[in-house]
Design a protein around this ligand. Structure first.
Ligand SMILES: Cc1cc2nc3c(=O)[nH]c(=O)nc-3n(C[C@H](O)[C@H](O)[C@H](O)COP(=O)(O)O)c2cc1C
Length: 210
């Protein structure tokens, strides 16, 4: 598939084949491709929980408007956005810093500058912390859905769920925001997909405020 075909054929699929699982190799490949998404300072403040057990899927479905796709799809991902993913001392922030030193794009002497830049951009208000986490995780989630489609695997993003209850049920620490769930699997043969939805035109997308 060309990139255009991937983009044009991706749909939020309502009917998953419960008999067809996503292989470990395909899931790995989807995650590897999704991880290529860009992020602020390459901080990658995202991760996923893979919900594929019968009981866990039933629990999640009850907390997500009882959406049948959660139990029908072989797996649903809980996308996590780490609101602390910019803080000094965070293991991945440190890993990122060390990787930049290794690649020669940062020096140990710049540690304080880098810390100050992150704190100023992301740490000054709760809104900024949340925006940092969620905007980056959204790029990851979109890349993930396109990556799945490129392998012939369908997805369905969902924000119809009770985040506090999902966090409680799956013991997700407070520092994470859950921007969305993504059901992943194969389209159930014999079902009919809803017609493609309208989109804003390029003219409608470009705006000015003067
Ligand atoms: C962040 C996000 C949350 C969504 N939440 C739900 C949801 O909870 N339930 C649902 O049926 N569809 C949900 N959708 C799917 C949208 O309705 C769908 O993507 C949109 O109508 C466009 O259709 P398409 O993806 O097939 O092109 C969500 C989509 C996004 C991006």
């Amino acid at each position: 598939m060309t990139f255009k075909e991937v983009v044009n054929s991706r749909r939020a699929i309502n009917f998953f084949d419960p008999e067809k699982s996503v292989s470990k190799e395909d899931l790995k490949s989807i995650l590897e491709m999704a991880a290529k998404a860009p992020s602020s300072f390459n901080l990658q403040p995202w991760s996923v929980m893979v919900i594929d057990g019968k009981e866990d899927k039933e629990t999640l479905r009850k907390l997500a408007w009882n959406q049948p796709k959660i139990t029908e799809a072989p797996l649903t991902l809980i996308v996590l956005a780490d609101q602390d993913g910019w803080k000094e001392g965070h293991p991945f922030v440190e890993k990122n810093f060390q990787e930049m030193i290794k690649s020669g794009t940062m020096q140990e002497a710049q540690r304080e500058w880098f810390k100050g830049a992150r704190e100023g951009l992301y740490g000054s208000t709760p809104e900024r912390k949340l925006a940092f986490a969620v905007k980056n995780a959204a790029f990851f989630a979109m890349t993930l859905m396109l990556a799945a489609k490129s392998l012939g695997i369908e997805t369905h993003p969902m924000d119809g769920f009770d985040m506090d209850k999902v966090k409680q049920a799956f013991k997700i620490p407070d520092t994470y925001w859950v921007p969305l769930l993504i059901a992943v699997g194969y389209f159930k043969k014999g079902e009919t997909l809803m017609p493609a939805k309208w989109r804003k035109s390029p003219e409608e997308l470009i705006v000015r405020f003067d």
